[in-house]
Design a protein around this ligand. Structure first.
Ligand SMILES: Cc1ncc(COP(=O)(O)O)c(C=O)c1O
Length: 373
């Protein structure tokens, strides 16, 4: 009998989602507004301790609205993590702005604050304008060096936007990632730590910005019966049906973080004795959500391991291909040091679904060991 497929990070319902969907059907608010949209916003707001939250169709939409409300457009440059997923930076292109990619360090796998500072100081020395904003990703749910980066952004007047799509539940010194910057975005896509099948949340303490984003997310309709438009918006709101799933999911967020971290510890128990393997680090004072357990090999080609696991019906994946290596961005500016390129070549994302058992992790680990060079 073929083993059931083990996915990278499949949805894991908490238990109340269907009941809440039924409530939505009873209310007949099958629409991109309603009581569950409000409840979902409230639960995220309270959990990450921010003053405002806006439920949207995706984190990509949230980041797009962030740039739009900050009035970033074709004359602006935006710094961004190069080691990230396209959803993080496509919004820069939607706004016709210019991305500049910043590389990572081995300490966090996220933006290297020294590289960022060097870039800023070089620009200052040349008397050139600084980019308007930085979109900082907290990769695989592990925190970037947020204190240092926040400080640099404050000092040099660069607006910090956090791409916390993968890092709901992660904290630095007890404060949620996504709430350090002016605006932050979380994803509830099907593979995330929590899911609404597809969904996102824009958060921030600045009420005016979030309310402006709310207005733009519903086609920028001025308050007239006939709808009047002074500008254009988007159809980016989250359905009340999906928000009901979100409310159910938020009830189990802490259990999910705990389980993701436990899965990481299991992998470490089985794989750490092998010098060939290293794990994604965690910064001091941080609690990452370990959305995906990720490793690097010293010599083994990760594609071989992926192939071997696939033969056993197990999904795994390379690390994100850095943006500056993407054909789309072949001409884009970059400040690179080789770190993300190296991690990409040697790295692997391991199955990290929160319904996994220790035996699954043991089995996957044994296959990895078998396939290693
Ligand atoms: C780092 C990162 N940024 C942005 C996104 C975009 O999120 P969404 O799929 O909700 O648009 C994702 C995930 O999909 C992501 O992993």
């Amino acid at each position: 009998m073929k083993r059931e497929r083990i996915f990278l990070s499949p949805p894991h319902m908490g238990g109340n989602e269907l009941k809440y969907i039924e409530e939505v059907f009873q209310s007949n608010y099958i629409a991109p507004l309603g009581a569950f949209v409000d409840r979902f916003e409230k639960s995220v707001k309270e959990y990450v301790k921010t003053k405002n939250a806006l439920a949207l169709s995706s984190a990509t939409a949230a980041l797009h609205l962030a740039l739009r409300v900050l009035e970033i457009d074709k004359d602006d440059e935006v710094l961004a993590s190069t080691f990230t997923f396209i959803g993080s930076v496509a919004p820069i292109l939607y706004q016709r702005a210019t991305p500049i990619f910043i590389d990572s360090d081995y300490k966090s796998w996220n933006v290297d604050p020294n590289l960022l500072e060097d870039f800023i100081l070089k620009r200052k020395k040349e008397n050139k304008k600084l980019p308007k904003a930085l979109i900082l990703t907290h990769l695989y749910g592990q925190n970037a060096e947020i204190e240092e980066i926040f400080f640099l952004c404050e000092k040099y007047g660069i607006i910090l936007i956090e791409d916390a799509a993968e890092s709901l539940g992660a904290t630095y010194k007890g404060k949620a990632t996504g709430t350090f910057g002016k605006l932050g975005a979380y994803s509830f896509n099907g593979n995330k730590i929590l899911t609404t099948s597809g969904g996102g949340m824009l958060v921030g303490d600045d009420e005016k910005l979030i309310e402006r984003a709310r207005f733009l997310s519903t086609q920028a309709k001025e308050p007239y019966l006939h709808y009047e438009h002074k500008t254009y918006g988007y159809n980016y709101r989250l359905s009340n049906v999906l928000a009901a799933i979100g409310v159910g999911q938020m009830e189990v967020i802490e259990d999910r973080v705990k389980k993701k971290r436990e899965i990481f510890d299991w992998y470490r128990e089985f794989l750490d004795p092998f010098e060939e393997i290293e794990f994604m680090p965690e910064l001091l004072n941080s609690r990452g959500n370990r959305w995906l357990t990720t490793i690097t090999f010293k010599k083994t080609n990760p594609l071989k391991v992926i192939e071997y696991l696939e033969k056993h019906n197990i999904e795994s994946r390379p690390l994100w291909k850095p943006m500056h290596m993407q054909p789309l961005f072949k001409d884009a500016q970059r400040v690179v040091n080789g770190v993300s390129e190296d991690l990409f070549k040697r790295g692997l994302c391991l199955p990290s679904g929160t319904a996994m058992k220790k035996e699954d992790v043991e089995f996957i680990s044994s296959l990895i060991i078998e396939s290693m060079e």
